[in-house]
Design a protein around this ligand. Sequence first.
Ligand code: GLN
Length: 197
Amino acid sequence: MRIGVIAIQGDVSEHVEALEAALSHRGKEAEIVTIKQKGIVPCCDALIIPGGESTTLGKLLVREGIADEIKQIKNAGRPIMGTCAGLILLAKEGDEQVKKTHQYLLGLMDTRVNRNAFGRQRDSFEVELDIDFLDSTYNAVFIRAPAIVQSGKDVRTLSRIDDMVVAAEQENVLALAFHPELTADTRVHDYFLAKLF
Ligand code: GLN
């Protein structure tokens, strides 16, 4: 098995470490590859799109020819997880700002996102979150976090804060508004790996 982490920008090494921890927790082995150029995504059995700055990430994914490869592996049914900026990129539709700036979105989930859903006052925060697939709460780190504000019928809500969806999945695509790679709790990466093994 080979798991790719998009490494154009953002918190890449933390995802690699979290994957390693979750793999050893499951007693499984996989090759983890970081991806900066085209040609590698098609060889991956699963893919992570990390947090960062979604405008920059989107531009570079297109420029490097990686965006189309991601769409292809989505259509091939391989698991994809996007965290924070990754959740934004996976969406079909953005907020007014996204539309005005013609920001690139992959459009792999039937979701509409608000890029900075929690506003300036709450730039970064941690919260004990109830997540559908976990049997106890998860300490989630949010950093200038987005949220899903509208979703189609095929999207399953996994967690919410008030009326905002902060974790969701649609078929093989999992999106999280928070940063599961920044805490020692590997249960989210574990859930993602369960789609592979
Ligand atoms: N809100 C940021 C954006 O629009 C994402 C923040 C993050 O990934 N930590 O790109």
